[in-house]
Design a protein around this ligand. Structure first.
Ligand SMILES: [Mg+2]
Length: 361
């Protein structure tokens, strides 16, 4: 087995800011790095991707350091659990560390294994995929009111918006959004930006006066004690979804106590295999389920799309927030409707490089 990776830079259509970055004096991001991965065994190629994350202390250099530690001869398309167990031996930090690099390898292994078996990943998991059913939200990052209005008007074809709040100008952001899209369905992501349960409740009660706000994601910091989060859950007029509080299936008991649903991300779970488990466990507990994303290429977006049948909500727009995605596969770029119709690759992840393959040079 041969392991290759490239750090590439995705150019953002708009400067990108969320609650954790509002105090950054240099402003939002205009480009976001990600690490694309290739595993090769004979003629078989598995594609993977490891998204960077400041929140989870996994910048690209941490991801690259981990990938360099891997002995590819210990990885096999024929033994994914064994290969993942080997990766766990390479990390001695907190179990959540290196989840992004492990995610990248897990996707590449599954892509290779399912190409070999001549099935798409969604059939490997016996989920299937229904066309014309799954709509992804389109995300509006934190910004000045006039930019919000412009972004929301540009997002007119998308029927569901996700708006990032948790900034000092939350009310201006919502007013600007509503000026441009008065009745569109909106999901709010506070990204841990409200600091006390009382502040969060005030904000949620204000947002609930808008009949088209669907739910609130991560109103309080993940370190907030369960008792305070449960206090908020019992009073919240809108459903609360855990994002930063739900890494893997292991966090389910805390989330059942404190939230109505969970947002699963492959970066947090360490790949598709664990994301499948995190979604199934949440569904068994009657929690609402969602898959979210980072700013990432069609590799990670595609990987998430294969699990769509396990979700109530999707937020897989990372590849359409940037304008130089080097890959093509399942996408929600047309009105948010997730489709495999443009995916020319039949098996595995159903993702291919465009003309400019990052691995061609
Ligand atoms: Mg979130």
């Amino acid at each position: 087995m041969l392991l290759e990776f490239r750090v590439i830079e995705l150019k953002m259509k708009h400067e990108w800011t969320i609650a954790t970055g509002v105090n950054n004096p240099s402003g939002g991001s205009t480009a976001v790095k990600t690490v694309v991965i290739q595993l090769k065994d004979g003629g078989l190629v598995g594609l993977g991707e490891a998204a960077r994350s400041g929140r989870y202390e996994q910048p690209t250099d941490v991801i690259v350091d981990f990938l360099k530690k891997i002995d590819p001869s210990k990885l096999s398309f024929d033994n994914i659990p064994g290969s993942m167990a080997y990766l766990d031996t390479l990390t001695d930090k907190h179990p959540y560390h290196d989840s992004s690099a492990k995610c990248g390898i897990n996707i590449a292994l599954l892509d290779g294994a399912t190409k070999k078996a001549k099935v798409p990943i969604y059939d490997f998991f016996k989920l299937g995929f229904k066309e014309n059913k799954h709509i992804s939200s389109y995300t509006i990052g934190i910004d000045k009111a006039e930019v919000i209005t412009k972004k929301v008007l540009e997002a007119a074809p998308f029927p569901i918006l996700k708006v990032k709040l948790g900034a000092p100008n939350d009310r201006e952001i919502m007013a600007a959004l509503r000026a441009a899209a008065p009745t569109k369905t909106v999901r709010v992501d506070a990204n841990e930006g409200w600091k006390t349960k009382e502040e969060a409740l005030r904000n949620i009660e204000w947002l609930a006066t808008d009949p088209n706000v669907e739910f609130i994601e991560q109103p309080l910091p993940a370190i907030t004690p369960a008792k305070e989060m449960a206090w908020l859950k019992s009073r919240s007029p809108l459903p609360l979804l855990a994002d930063e509080s739900y890494h893997t299936a292991k966090d389910i008991d805390f989330c059942v106590e404190c939230f109505h649903g969970v947002n699963v991300k492959l970066l947090k779970t360490g790949g598709i295999s664990n994301a499948y488990e995190a979604l199934q466990v949440a569904r068994k507990h009657k929690m609402k389920t969602m898959i979210g994303c980072m700013v990432e290429t069609s590799i990670l977006i595609g990987a998430a799309a294969h699990l769509a049948e396990l979700t109530d909500f999707l937020d897989i727009d990372g590849n359409i927030l940037c304008n130089n995605d080097p890959y093509i596969g399942p996408t929600a770029e047309n009105k948010g409707m997730v489709t495999f119709a443009g995916a020319t690759e039949q098996y595995g992840l159903r993702v291919k490089a465009r003309a400019a393959d990052p691995f061609a040079s």
